[in-house]
Design a binder for this molecule. Structure first.
Ligand SMILES: *Cc1c(COP(=O)(O)O)cnc(C)c1O
Length: 446
């Protein structure tokens, strides 16, 4: 295969345009060490070969999606300026682009009067959300499902907030009766609803959680780091669609442009429905330089320095691929889900595998047949390695036996987890490659 390199020509043109904005300045001497640089960079390229081919459809493993070429270009272009979106003095243009890009994301959820900004990633964004939870509901617990991202527990610990895990139902969603029992104790401040779990892409039953909120007063934080963009998909199942239809009712949302938003790593996003939470961020940093009456993003962010380049890349991507239904970006999400459904169909119609439930988003978890949990885990590892030998890269996932007992009733559960195969079919091209992916699997699993 060949890398896309045409964009490098566009980059040079764009750099000329950018450079012309500074022509009034006297020239500076660049001391390049060109030969040394070339040698080191070529060595670096050799070293970087030691990676899975994340950018190729045969990489169907972890949550890794290549950035769009326009995101790469815009990011690289920004590096000649290296703006810092902490304050307007550090990045005037890129701060404006961040505000515009984030407003586009908020619009996805129907929010126009909101507070939000980009973060280093989903973990930082969730940390801000839970920090606000602690401020608005002091001394009260954070609860999230057992399949919620593992960082919620750790973040709560960092923030000095109590945390409790809620059991999951057979679809790996937060179990509503168990939540109700916990709410009855009267000390829950925030319920984290995971909109697409990292393991299986399960979407918690938000309408039921919203119903409980009427009776017990708690905040709802939607961790849609992975699943947020699927609000644009047009092929969700009815349960999932119902959740997205009421997502606008939560108090805060985390969505990761570096997961499904075609961005390089370093781009998460936190959104608050009520802009008043901005008061908790207010600070008096002696390092902050205020020269503009306009908002400095550092005033509403826990992080200080942040890459303006991330905002520029996101803004440019959204210009090319607007976040609207039934256009290229949305169709890419529907296609990713169709890829997961296509592979699921192949797997269930074949006698050699076990499935758990149909993919809710574009993540598929399945396992080879076996008599016991440990036998299946062993076979999974073998298939994982054999497929990789044939250039097909899958992931594995430790599925709790407790969630499988009612599903795989004839299995001997001799271990607390069953290691399963897992594929995040995040690239639209995965749909067109589903047949070829299946052929490799078919070949590997004799
Ligand atoms: C990926 C993910 C996170 C963590 O986000 P990072 O960007 O990796 O820090 C949190 N929650 C969910 C549901 C995720 O999928």
């Amino acid at each position: 295969m060949k890398f896309e390199k045409i964009s490098l020509k566009i980059l040079e043109k764009a750099l000329n345009t950018l450079e012309s904005g500074f022509k009034a300045l006297p020239d500076i001497e660049h001391n390049y060490h060109a030969e040394k640089i070339e040698k080191i960079i070529l060595d670096t390229a050799e070293i970087m070969k030691n990676n899975y081919p994340y950018f190729h459809p045969y990489y169907a493993g972890q949550m890794i999606k290549p950035p769009h070429p326009i995101a790469r270009l815009a990011y690289m272009l920004s590096l000649w300026i290296n703006p810092n979106n902490h304050a307007l003095d550090g990045g005037r243009a890129s701060s404006q682009l961040e505000k515009e890009a984030v407003a586009e994301i908020a619009k996805l959820f129907g929010w126009s009067n909101f507070l939000g900004h980009l973060t280093g990633g989903g973990t930082m964004a969730n940390m801000e959300a839970l920090w606000i939870s602690g401020k608005t509901k002091p001394d009260q617990k954070i609860v999230a499902s057992e399949q919620a991202h593992y960082t919620h527990k750790r973040i709560s610990d960092v923030l000095g907030l109590r945390f409790q895990s809620v059991p999951c139902d057979e679809k790996a969603r937060l179990d509503i009766p168990s939540l109700k029992q916990i709410l009855n104790k009267g000390d829950v401040g925030t319920v984290v609803a995971t909109i697409g779990t990292t393991g299986t892409g399960s979407v918690d039953s938000l309408p039921e959680i919203l119903e409980l909120k009427k009776q017990y007063d708690f905040r709802i934080h939607a961790d849609a780091a992975y699943g947020g963009y699927f609000i644009l998909a047009n092929n969700l199942n009815p349960h999932t669609q119902r959740v997205y239809d009421c997502l606008h009712k939560v108090d805060s949302i985390v969505i990761d442009p570096h997961k499904h938003g075609l961005q390089p790593y370093g781009c998460g996003c936190i959104l608050y429905k009520n802009p008043n939470v901005g008061k908790f961020y207010k600070h008096d940093s002696p390092y902050t330089y205020f020269t503009s009456p306009e908002l400095h993003l550092g005033e509403i962010s826990l992080e200080c320095s942040r890459p303006g380049a991330s905002a520029v890349a996101l803004w440019a991507t959204q210009k090319l691929l607007p976040l609207v239904p039934n256009e290229e970006f949305s169709q890419g999400l529907s296609k990713a889900r169709n890829a997961a459904l296509a592979l699921y169909e192949k797997i269930i119609s074949d006698g050699r595998f076990k499935t758990i439930f149909p993919p809710e988003l574009d993540i598929l978890v399945w396992a080879p047949n076996g008599g016991s949990a440990s036998q299946i885990s062993k076979r999974t590892e073998e298939i994982f390695h054999a497929a990789a030998e044939d250039n097909l890269h899958l992931a594995t996932f430790k599925y709790p036996s407790s969630l499988l007992k009612d599903k795989w009733t004839d299995l001997i559960f001799d271990h607390q987890d069953v290691i399963c195969l897992r594929s995040c079919l995040m690239k639209p091209e995965h749909y067109d490659w589903a047949e070829r992916i299946w052929n490799i699997l078919d070949n590997v699993v004799k």
